[in-house]
Design a protein around this ligand. Structure first.
Ligand SMILES: [Zn+2]
Length: 66
């Protein structure tokens, strides 16, 4: 059973949208959110690896004195 966030209507599990107001039920939203977060985490990890590789790979220019 999923309770609608907007009208507090109790909907039977299996429905993706509220039977009273038609808004998406929280269960489906959470699933979508978690997928998005997982994708975002992978993006950050890949970006960090890329930055680390660039820091190691790129030649370091010595500071110019004077
Ligand atoms: Zn509703």
């Amino acid at each position: 059973m999923a309770v609608c966030l907007f009208c507090q209507e109790e909907n039977p599990s299996g429905l993706t949208n509220c039977k009273q107001c038609g808004m998406a039920l929280p269960k489906e939203q959470e699933k979508r959110k978690q997928k998005g977060i997982a994708r975002f985490v992978w993006f950050v990890i890949l970006l960090a690896l890329f930055c680390a590789a660039m820091i190691v790979w790129l030649p370091r220019t010595p500071p110019v004195a004077g």
